[in-house]
Every structure is written in C-alpha cells, then in structure tokens.
Design a protein around this ligand. Structure first.
Ligand code: HAM
Length: 416
C-alpha cells in the first residue's frame, strides 16, 4: 500500500479547523502590523539558496534539488527569506517607501530526519520587513511574533534574543571563538571539528555533551560588538521593555542560517526547548546585497504551522469548530429521489448547506450517514410526501419530527 512520502503528511479534514484558525490569525496579525502578502514560486534557482547560506546544514544537507529538462538546477524552497529578497530586488521594491513589509505562508522542504515536529515538508508563516535598520523595527517584528502566539492562545512560551554583530565586529569575535575551541579541539564532535573552520558560530548551539561544556565558557558575542551593534542591541532591549515583552538574552543563540547580522531571536515552548523551537528570525542586513541587489537591510521571522498546532494541542487550546452542515436529504423510492434531487439544488441556491443521499440505501443507512455527518436536520421524502408536496423534517438534536410543506423548508432550515 502506498504511504505519504517519509516526513510528509496528509492534513485530514479533522485537522483542517486548526489550519483555518491559523489562517485567520495570520490575516489578522499581518493586517494590524501593515504587512502585505507575497507568494513566491515553490522552487527557485538552486544558486539563490546557496548564495544565502552556503555553510548551513540546510543548504549542504537538506535541499531537494532537481535538474530540469533544460539543464537548470532548481530547489524546492528550504526557507522563505531568500525568495522574498529575490522578489524585492527583481520587482524594484527598493523604490517604494521603506521598509517594505511582506508576509507569506508556504510549504517548505527540508531533507531532515523526521520526528515529532520535524518533517520533510512543513508549512511556514513568515514575514520580512526590508529596507530599514532601525532597532524599533526589530522590536516590532519580535512583538508581532509574540502577539501572534498569544492571540492564538499559546501561554507556555518564552522569548530568547541575542546579537551576533555585523561584518565589522563579527570576524574578531569569530577569531576569539575559534581560539577558545582550538584549546580543546580533541573533545569536539566530528561536526564541530568541521564547523571550527567553516561555520564557527554554530559551535555554540551543538547539542553534544562535550561540545555543550565548551560552549558554556565560550566568549560571548555581545561582549565583542562594535559600538554601532552594541547601541543597536541596547536600543532593541529598550524597545522590548517599552512594549512590555519579557525576554532572556541567550548568549548561545546563533540560529541555523548564515545570513543573520545583529539581532537573532527564537520563541520556544517553556518545556522541551531547543529542538522544538516554534519560531525564530532575525536581522539580515547583508543578504539583499549578497543576492545582487543594492544594499538594503532586512529583519524577519518565520514559524512552523505544524509545530504551532502540536503546541495548541499540547496546551489543550480549544479552537473554533466550523459550522455544521445544515441538512441531509433522505429519500425512499424513485419519485422521492427525483424530488430530493431537485430540493437539494434549490436549498443550496437559498444558501443552505445540504448533502443529498445517493444510490438506494435503506432509510436506516441514510439516517446513520446523516448522524455521521453531524447535520442539524434530516429531511425525509417518501412516496406519501411526494404526493402531498411535503417532507418530514427531523431535528437531529432531539429526534423531534414534523411535517413541513416543501415550499417552507428553506425558511425552516435557515431558522427564519
Ligand atoms: P527557521 O528557524 O529555519 O527559520 O525556520 C522557522 C520555523 O520553521 C522553525 O522555528 C520551526 O517552527 C519551523 N521548522 C523548521 N524546520 C522544520 C521542520 N523540518 N519541520 C517542521 N517545522 C520546521 C527560517 O526559515 C528563516 N527563513 C526565518 C526568517 C525569516 N528569518 C528572517 N526572516
């Protein structure tokens, strides 16, 4: 039997209310903060993602890349930010008043080791504010993420922030970091030995015990910031304070993507933090230029919708259930069937949601189906009803039944 490909899942009808609930919450929060929707293609030139994060695990190990028949290398989006930056440059958005605020929801593909909350296809809600380096914007993006989670009812979350500097101060910091790790190079895991040269910042968030010990006493990026970056970080903390958003500075928070500068942040469930980050983002002041645009700073955030739903379920948060189907039409006999068929169509035209029975099921089987569908009413039409121009209306809540003229049914069903 075929199964959905490893690390992917079907979103079955029973789970759809969570998705509709999140869609609404996304529409509302982005409206409040003035973000406009952007949709970018599901795949991009592979080199776009490579340029954005050459040394990251995502680019090196996790991309779904194909060569098309024309010999182009294309990659399914492993994240949303480079695609939005590409669109910003391609469509000349630099000429608009800055910052340009864009949001998206999109499937994302990563060849990850599947486990709870970690999939090969997941969905992200992300937002990018491009064209301004004001730390107030960093605070606003973080606030938006925080309020989004609070609005949907997540209570047990925490916010961590850090600053990892810019191209002026980062190189000196990386030298200090490498020096620290070189002293005990022998105890590092194989991945970290590799990171020491290629991506030393990632040494700080390695989950292996021995590497964790080293990270505890590692030099902190905030102690090595240049005056501009230090001031930016101080301002960010001040603004978060003004917004009354509680945070912890986590000196080991570096994020898994190469392009971040200055601000990085993550929002995690209070229990089982780390692997299960619900959302994260940061500033990327060099990315647009790296991708071939005129220099423009950026700040953004993304969150995994599957992880949010896991947390909504874990916190037992009830979400609005969709309105039930109004009616099921059951019939007995050929003439009644024709009447039911016509009636169904006229009720739908009157705006009433209806499912009509099909085939030649027994009345019992039809009633069972009506029950399963959770309808409010069942309309039963037999030969007698056809002759009399009526139907039997059954209230599913208390099994009450009454005879109603066909012409009055739509009024009855819509509760008028
Ligand atoms: P990211 O931290 O790689 O950031 O992903 C954002 C969120 O996507 C994570 O916090 C998590 O909720 C979810 N996520 C990531 N990988 C998986 C997975 N394999 N399965 C399920 N959920 C997952 C970014 O992608 C950046 N583009 C965020 C950003 C926007 N930075 C600036 N702007």
């Amino acid at each position: 039997m075929y199964q959905a490909a490893r690390g992917t899942q079907d979103i079955l009808p029973a789970d759809q209310p969570y998705w509709r609930f999140l869609e609404k919450a996304i529409a509302e929060i982005t409206r409040l903060y003035g973000y406009q929707r952007i949709d970018t293609p599901i795949f991009e030139d592979t080199s776009l993602f490579r340029r954005a994060g050459e040394y990251t695990d995502i680019v090196q190990k996790e991309m779904y890349t194909v060569d098309d028949r024309g010999g182009n290398s294309l990659t399914l989006k492993p994240e949303g930010t480079p695609a939005v930056c590409r669109a910003y440059v391609q469509h000349g958005m630099q000429n608009l008043p800055q910052p340009v605020k864009l949001y998206y929801t999109s499937p994302i593909f990563r060849y990850d080791r599947p486990q709870a909350g970690r999939y090969r296809q997941h969905h992200q809600f992300g937002c990018e504010a491009i064209g301004d380096d004001d730390p107030a914007l960093d605070a606003e993006v973080i606030e938006m993420a925080w309020r989004f989670y609070k609005n949907i009812g997540l209570a047990k979350i925490s916010l961590q922030i850090n600053s990892i500097g810019c191209k002026v101060c980062r190189p000196q910091y990386l030298d200090k970091l490498k020096e620290h790790y070189r002293q005990s190079q022998g105890v590092l895991c194989a991945d970290c030995k590799n990171r020491l040269d290629k991506n030393p910042l990632r040494l700080l968030d390695c989950k292996q015990d021995t590497c964790q010990d080293m990270a505890q006493n590692a030099p902190k990026s905030v102690d090595a910031l240049c005056p501009d970056c230090a001031d930016h970080f101080e301002q960010l903390k001040k603004y978060l304070g003004l917004l009354d958003i509680g945070f912890q500075v986590n000196h080991r928070l570096v994020r898994g993507l190469d392009y971040y500068t200055r601000t990085v942040f993550e929002i995690q469930p209070e229990v089982e933090a780390g692997q299960s980050t619900i959302g994260g983002g940061g500033r990327y002041d060099g990315l647009i230029e790296e991708l071939g645009g005129k220099p423009a700073p950026g700040m953004g955030f993304a969150t995994g919708l599957e992880r949010i739903i896991l947390n909504l379920k874990k916190e037992n948060i009830s979400i609005p259930t969709p309105s039930p189907l109004q009616a099921y039409i059951a019939y007995m006999g050929g003439q009644a069937r024709d009447e039911a068929f016509k009636l169904t169509s006229s009720l739908r035209r009157a705006g009433i949601s209806v499912i009509c029975s099909t085939g030649s099921k027994s009345l019992k089987a039809q009633m069972r189906q009506a029950n399963n569908l959770g309808v409010l009413y069942t309309v039963i039409i037999g030969e007698d009803e056809v002759k009399a121009g009526t139907a039997t209306l059954r209230y599913m809540s208390d099994a009450r039944q009454e005879t109603v003229p066909l012409a009055e049914l739509s009024q009855k069903l819509s509760g008028k």
